[in-house]
Design a protein around this ligand. Sequence first.
Ligand SMILES: N[C@@H](CCC(=O)N[C@@H](CS)C(=O)NCC(=O)O)C(=O)O
Length: 207
Amino acid sequence: MEKAMKLIGPWLSGFTRRTAITMKLLDIPFEHLNLNAYTDKDEVRRYSPMGKVPALVFDNGETMIDSSGIIDVLHEMVGPEKALIPPSGPARFRALKLNAIGMNIYPKLSSLYDETLRPKEHQLQSVFEGLAEQAIIGLTLLEQETGDGWLVNDKFGQADIMTAICYQAASMFILPDLVTAKNFPRLAALTERAMKIDAFASTVPHF
Ligand SMILES: N[C@@H](CCC(=O)N[C@@H](CS)C(=O)NCC(=O)O)C(=O)O
């Protein structure tokens, strides 16, 4: 029997989550190891020596970290027809451009969370505000690019996945007062559409 790949990381990590959603949509079976980079450090390092998640252990035993590289390999495995990003041209450009905005919003949300872990006397309001401002600018850019369907070629793909992951993390957990359906109606609607897709809905973290 072929050995299933192992995906290491929790759904609370948006990068792990996008990798899992991709694997589910591409029908690539995997075993999920729900290990947290911070609270399960030693176990994570057995697979991912730097302690980063996601890490994917391929069926040949090799391990890769970083969701972008992993997803690139997964897309190559299934071929351009099934890949969740257009193979070339303006549609690919748009997908990469919008996905990159999401990929740069998410670390701001993670840093905002990390700031809350500091003792109050070591927290800086200016740091909170700076990070929140950058996240909001990114979400505003995505809101402006969102219509009634999916973001690229009206096919659910990588840009939609990262956009909806960012909107959920911001609205449900990190910036619930600022990131609301009232302020970002198109992102809220896009996320609602994504929630109808099992691969997406089945990976919502317990915020
Ligand atoms: N660019 C990486 C980012 C991965 C990342 O930062 N993961 C976080 C969890 S969301 C992590 O591993 N944190 C632990 C650490 O940096 O030590 C990717 O796309 O996979």
